[in-house]
Design a binder for this molecule. Structure first.
Ligand code: DGT
Ligand code: CA
Ligand code: CA
Ligand code: ZN
Length: 581
């Protein structure tokens, strides 16, 4: 590393690692001091080496958190590219801290012990020891910690460290709500990829307005789910949760809240494009506001920033640099499907097959969430492990649905249960139930649950054949992918969308957090082709109706409007569409 080019990022990393090493040594206050200094460096707009060049030691000492000994070390880093103190610490415990501390639940004290007692220096060695069952024998570790470590490693390998949004959202919402409840918090929002409803997220970026930031930060770093505290300051704190997920909290001023929200919501590419537009108009845009020279033009809200830039407000779900900027400038953005627009759920399983709850329980849960109807779509007989229904049992189920509906009507409830199926697609594209049965159902959905490895041509033909059956209404989870677990099967989506247009077949946006299938690009293709879609929870228990929110977000990420989504329409209109297609 040449001495003249050390960056703030590198300085911060070394300061932070010194802090971690000192924590391993059991030092009381110094670790925090180094962390604070690291954080101060990260917050600087100017490179530390430039500050030093201009004002030498005196200027360095003015950086917040820089005491005598930290200043000395940073000076050494700038001049030589090295820090002897850091190297000595590293020699004593020569581990890859970055790698090991990314494993959920592994604190610096444990990293030290694993090195001293088992010689573990990096992720690979950690995995080897854990697999050999060596860790559980260490005092204070045990079977459970070893499992957690293996799970943490597995997670890092499979996911590249990213989390499936729907699986961590309840925890994120919980943290955000606890913070909002503090009297010291005036405003608070989760920004970053969470606000854009990305399918997976790298970390969580929270933004708040407060006039007592210290109290907020103290509360934040002492949440019970916290595994480590990377940084604690008045404007920024950073933690790792026990599940391995990083969370940053920033406190900003009310006047720049909109600008900060816009900046930290991203995406990064979207931000860069906005900044360029600002420059062309003679402004400057950053996380503090939109400025003309030194004069603030906008910054309190996102809306006023977009307006000042001559564009319509862009919903966070669209901020992925997929054409949204041009549409906003021409005032041609679509009006997206709204979170309250879904009226019914077209894929619901019950305890007649692999669901947990009865038909009636599912109906009541849906009702209490404000839905007007559900379609019962239990599996069919080929999916034997779910107890899939044959012709005889589905007829029985239909009679049962009639009975429950009658009961609802007697009670004066407007809610309706419709009869449907999630019918298995067989190898050649024929179906697992006879047309005589399918004809009797209100809504027929079909799914690929087998032969994921067919060639692209065969798979596409197989699905096309079902779409050409006039009894078939919807193709459920059309590509079969499971996020981070299973790739989509090979299928020609251009062709499927073409046939969907011709036959009037609905393509599903499955809202189950690990499916989100169709994905955003496919939804956009359907919107452009005029192919209708549905947003379904694929609920297997009463709590799963909550998934609908992820499906709506996915629809919005694909620019879908209310008219594109048939279960956002009144029930009669939807049924007419299916009948007359
Ligand atoms: P993630 O966490 O990987 O799921 O994705 P994001 O989008 O949450 O990214 P993250 O956490 O690295 O940063 C949050 C936002 O901050 C990001 O969406 C845009 C903004 N941001 C971060 N770094 C930069 C940068 O270098 N330039 C600009 N213009 N914006 C940035
Ligand atoms: Ca993030
Ligand atoms: Ca972040
Ligand atoms: Zn199922």
């Amino acid at each position: 590393m040449a001495s003249s080019v050390i960056t703030n990022e590198e300085i911060a990393k070394i300061l932070r690692e010194i802090g971690e090493y000192l924590e391993m040594e059991g030092e009381a206050f110094k670790p925090r001091a180094y962390e604070k200094a690291a954080e101060a460096v990260e917050a600087l707009a100017e490179e530390v080496r430039e500050i030093y060049k201009k004002g030498s030691l005196k200027a360095l000492e003015n950086i917040p958190g820089f005491g005598v000994s930290i200043t000395e070390k940073v000076e050494e880093l700038i001049k030589t590219g090295h820090c002897r103190y850091y190297e000595q610490l590293k020699k004593k415990i020569p581990v890859n801290l970055g790698e090991l501390s990314a494993v959920g639940g592994l604190g610096s004290k444990n990293i030290k012990r694993l090195y001293q007692e088992l010689g573990i220096r990096n992720l690979k060695e950690l995995e080897k020891s854990a697999r050999a069952g060596k860790i559980k024998n260490l005092e204070g570790f045990g079977e459970k910690s070893e499992e957690n470590i293996l799970r943490g490693i597995e997670f890092l390998k499979q996911s590249g460290g990213r989390f499936v949004l729907g699986l961590v959202m309840p925890e994120i919402n919980g943290i955000a709500q606890q913070l909002r409840n503090l009297k010291e918090v005036k405003k608070l929002e989760v920004a970053g990829s969470v606000r854009r409803w990305k399918e997976t997220i790298g970390d969580v970026d929270i933004l708040a307005v407060s006039n007592k930031p210290k109290a907020v930060m103290d509360f934040f770093v002492s949440l019970p789910q916290v595994a480590r505290v990377f940084a604690q300051g008045e404007t920024k704190s950073a933690i790792k949760l026990k599940n391995g997920m990083d969370v940053d909290l920033r406190v900003v001023s009310e006047n720049s809240y909109g600008a900060a929200l816009n900046y930290f919501t991203g995406s990064k590419d979207h931000n860069v494009a906005l900044r360029e537009i600002a420059i062309k108009k003679g402004y400057k845009l950053n996380e503090y506001g939109l400025f003309k020279g030194k004069k603030p033009i906008a910054g309190r809200t996102e809306k006023e920033i977009y307006k000042a830039l001559g564009m319509d407000y862009i919903e966070p779900e669209m901020r992925e640099m997929v054409g949204e900027i041009g549409f906003a400038q021409k005032h041609q953005l679509p009006k997206l499907l709204d979170y309250g627009d879904i009226k019914g759920d077209l894929q619901v399983q019950t305890n007649w097959t692999d669901g947990v709850n009865s038909i009636e329980e599912m109906a009541i849960a849906a009702m209490s969430r404000g839905l007007e109807y559900i379609v019962i779509t239990d599996h069919t007989k080929r999916l034997a492990m779910t107890g899939g229904l044959d012709e005889k049992r589905i007829l029985k189920q239909m009679a049962e649905i009639d009975k429950i509906n009658l009961g609802f009507r007697v009670k004066g409830l407007g809610f309706r249960i419709l009869k449907g199926t999630e019918c298995d697609i067989l190898k050649d594209g024929s179906l697992d139930l006879s047309d005589k049965i399918l004809e009797k159902l209100d809504v027929v959905g079909v799914s690929v649950h087998s032969l994921f490895n067919l060639s692209r041509k065969e798979q596409t033909e197989r699905i096309k054949r079902t779409m050409n059956n006039p009894n078939v209404d919807i193709v459920f989870h059309p590509t079969g992918r499971l996020i981070q677990r299973r790739a989509a099967y090979e299928v020609d989506m251009d062709e499927i969308i073409k046939i969907a247009k011709k036959t009037g077949t609905i393509l599903e946006i499955n809202a189950s957090p690990e499916r989100l299938d169709l994905r955003d690009q496919h939804i956009r293709m359907c919107v452009e082709a005029g192919v209708k879609m549905s947003v379904d929870s694929d609920a297997h228990s009463i709590s799963h109706f909550g998934f609908l929110e992820y499906g709506i977000a996915q629809a919005r990420r694909g620019w879908a409007a209310r008219e594109d989504i048939i279960n956002a329409w009144p029930l009669e209109k939807m049924l007419n569409f299916l009948k007359n297609k």
